[in-house]
Design a protein around this ligand. Structure first.
Ligand code: SF4
Ligand code: SF4
Length: 355
């Protein structure tokens, strides 16, 4: 496991150009330079030089980050920003009482059994995904924690792919690890990684995901081909029809690498009109624990997002990340005539599958 010192070279690569300010949702909302990577690097550089202590105040600024990765993607110096923040966070929090409590709650004993409990009690409500012949496309389905708690997505998948040439393989995965990275629990992240890698000891063509954040985290340590549900639907050439005309808009999650599947998929949905919202790839403001630790800022970012959604007059706002669903709902809550927030999978499940 690396220390902050190991990232000294990367931190020094920051030219202080400030370009990250133009993409950082938290900076845009707060105007605070400590919210964006440049400001955080100035502080961490001070820590490395011994001028500053890695303390509660710096930790507060490390938490003032959605881990959206937009600054990393945009940074001309190519700095892997989130890795550095996670390491600094781990270095600070591991020896604090708060850290010890969080690490205990995130352990496999507590967090793992919490998810296992929901898997068990929702089992009777999940349709068994049917086995297929040996020559079909084999996908290992990474459900993610939300779909382990709620059974709906299993049932949507069973219905959508029932007559397709796809075998959906289920495995007993741990969490992808993203919440552990956010809390600085790098040891627990390593444990989830080790377990998930062990689960892939079978023949498969793709890892299927229903959550852009899970997929982006898994890609950090699994070297395999990934496919999301939208891409799999296009690959199988599935077509859908809504019984009456509906208008939809799409929110692109920060962690969704590319959304090229969307337009071809919607072209195969009869009675569905797509309206692109302004800044459709702007963050929803949720960011997991960010929404708890920075309640007001999170809500303000979500509300800005909601203004753009409402401008489209859509019936549905569709997305591919359970976390974003919460962020979008947070922004739209209380608004009259707000579109319904829905996952892509549920949106397609509401339609009729046609030939
Ligand atoms: S864009 Fe990159 S190099 Fe420029 S200030 Fe931000 S972190 Fe530093
Ligand atoms: S990861 Fe996102 S929220 Fe965090 S500093 Fe970078 S752009 Fe801002």
């Amino acid at each position: 496991m690396k220390n902050l010192e190991d990232y000294a070279g990367d931190i020094n690569k920051c030219s202080k150009c400030g370009l990250c300010q133009s993409v950082c949702p938290v900076y845009k909302e707060t105007g605070n330079d400590c919210a964006v990577s440049r400001g955080k690097f100035v502080m961490l550089d001070g820590v490395l030089k011994g001028d500053l202590k890695l303390n509660k105040n710096i930790n507060k600024y490390l938490d003032l980050c959605l881990k959206c990765g937009k600054c990393s993607d945009f940074c001309p110096s190519g700095i892997d920003v989130c890795k550095i923040f996670e390491t600094a966070k781990y270095q600070y929090i591991k020896n604090t009482l708060t850290g010890k409590i969080i690490f205990f709650l995130e352990s496999r004993f507590i967090f793992g059994n919490f998810i296992n409990f929901f898997k068990l009690i929702t089992k009777p409500f999940r349709k068994k995904i049917s086995k297929k012949n040996t020559n079909c496309l084999k996908v290992v389905y990474f459900k993610g924690c939300i779909n382990n708690i709620f059974p709906q997505t299993d049932n949507f998948l069973e219905k959508i792919f029932k007559n397709s040439n796809v075998e959906i393989i289920e495995k007993d995965f741990d969490c992808c690890g993203l919440p552990f990275l956010s809390s600085g629990n790098l040891k627990r992240f390593a444990q989830a990684k080790e377990h998930n890698l062990k689960m892939l000891d079978c023949d498969f063509d793709y890892i299927l995901t229903d959550c852009a954040s899970c997929e982006s985290t898994l890609k950090q340590y699994i070297n395999a081909k990934f496919i999301n549900i939208g891409e799999l639907i296009n690959l199988q050439g599935l077509k859908f029809k809504y019984s009456k005309p509906v208008k939809i808009t799409f929110h692109k999650p920060c962690h969704l690498e590319n959304d090229k599947f969307l337009i071809p998929l919607l072209n195969n949905c009869k009675n569905v009109e797509y309206v692109k919202m302004p800044n459709y790839d702007e963050c929803c403001g949720f960011g997991g624990e960010f929404s708890i630790k920075n309640r007001k800022i999170s809500k303000a970012i979500s509300e800005k997002k909601a203004e753009n959604i409402i401008k489209t007059n859509a019936d549905y706002v569709v997305t591919t990340c359970p976390g974003c669903i919460l962020g979008l709902k947070q922004g739209l809550s209380g608004g009259k005539n707000s579109p319904k927030v829905i996952s892509l999978t549920e949106f397609l499940d509401n339609a009729e599958l046609i030939n």
